[in-house]
Ligand binder design. Structure first.
Ligand code: OAD
Length: 284
């Protein structure tokens, strides 16, 4: 297939949309970029969270555990900043557009590396969360799970911010399970093993669809980053939407340079001739 690169998304750059509509069966792989327009900074962008917090310390259990002992206020600042951002984030037109593509039977699933719950918030039904979900807590003793609302988490964060930012403060607010065990956010840290069922579900989605839409990921974190290479290997059509080139741009059949929140609603307009509406706030 001839490779097409759209250096700027315009209404003329339609052929990737025709391809999507013609083949219909698509899965999406999303990363931090799709939530950037929701106010959540990406990990590796200029203002990315890993530029401000060293992932060698903050993205793994040993690093967090050690810092908690020697400088608990740093861990508390990190945790409260992350949760404040997630609690205040609102889905953007990119999330709505993907939910609409699913409603219309074009998109069968979203495989996401994001932990922000925004796909589910707009009603996307089949979401495979490879890296977990920060609103879900998992008991470290019995492994049971419990989802907390934004309100519940906001009051926990307020308590933490108003505390003396000590190790004791963290222990006090740790959510307890009915079994007596302590619960932690059910999100994957570096060095932790991903849920193998989710990985195999993600591969099944690629097998069962004709198109892989890659949206807002740099493609540097594995095993998620294997998925597009596998899709390419078995002959699927790859459409990438990103304002910058990523590790996948070379293998994409179509590289659409643009923001998810602008390109995806335009796709909906092109296919269905409708402007996405949000019941509460009018046009998106
Ligand atoms: P990155 O921060 O590595 O990459 C974000 C990508 O989004 C970049 O390619 C940007 O160009 C693109 N981008 C920025 N704004 C965008 C927009 N408005 N629309 C579309 N794309 C945009 O984030 P991820 O690739 O998601 O893992 O990172 C993967 C994993 O690394 C994360 O899940 C996390 C992190 O460490 C864990 O925490 C386990």
């Amino acid at each position: 297939m001839e490779k097409k690169i759209y250096s700027d998304f315009t209404y003329e750059s339609e052929s990737f949309i025709h391809e999507l509509f013609r083949k219909r069966k698509a899965a999406a792989l999303t990363g931090a970029g799709i939530s950037e327009e929701s106010g959540i900074s990406t990990f590796r962008g200029d203002n990315g969270i890993w530029k401000r917090y060293n992932p060698a310390i903050y993205a793994n259990l040993p690093g967090l555990g050690f810092t908690l002992l020697v400088a608990p206020h740093k861990v508390i600042n990190f945790i409260t900043e992350v949760f404040d951002t997630l609690i205040n984030a609102k889905p953007n037109p990119g999330h709505f557009a993907l939910a609409e593509l699913e409603n219309q039977g074009i998109l069968s699933s979203i495989i996401t590396q994001n932990i922000d719950n925004l796909h589910q918030e707009v009603g996307s039904k089949r979401v495979i969360e490879l890296h977990g979900n920060m609103f879900e807590f998992r008991c470290m003793k019995c492994n049971c799970k419990r989802k907390l609302s934004k309100g519940e988490l906001a009051s926990i964060m307020d308590e933490l911010k108003n505390s003396r930012k000590s190790l004791f403060a963290i222990k006090k607010i740790l959510i307890k399970c009915n079994c007596g065990g302590k619960m932690r956010p059910n999100a994957v840290l570096f060095g932790e093993v991903l849920d193998q069922t989710k990985i195999s579900d993600a591969y099944k989605e690629i097998n069962n669809n004709e198109v892989l839409l890659i949206i807002g990921t740099s493609g540097v974190v594995y095993p998620a980053a294997y998925l597009p290479w596998y899709a390419k290997e078995i002959g699927k059509t790859i459409i990438e939407i990103n304002p910058d080139r990523s590790k996948f741009s070379e293998i994409a059949n179509y590289f659409v340079k643009g923001k998810a929140g602008e390109v995806l609603p335009s796709v909906i307009e092109q296919i269905f001739g409708v402007t996405l509406m949000n019941d509460k706030e009018g046009c998106l």
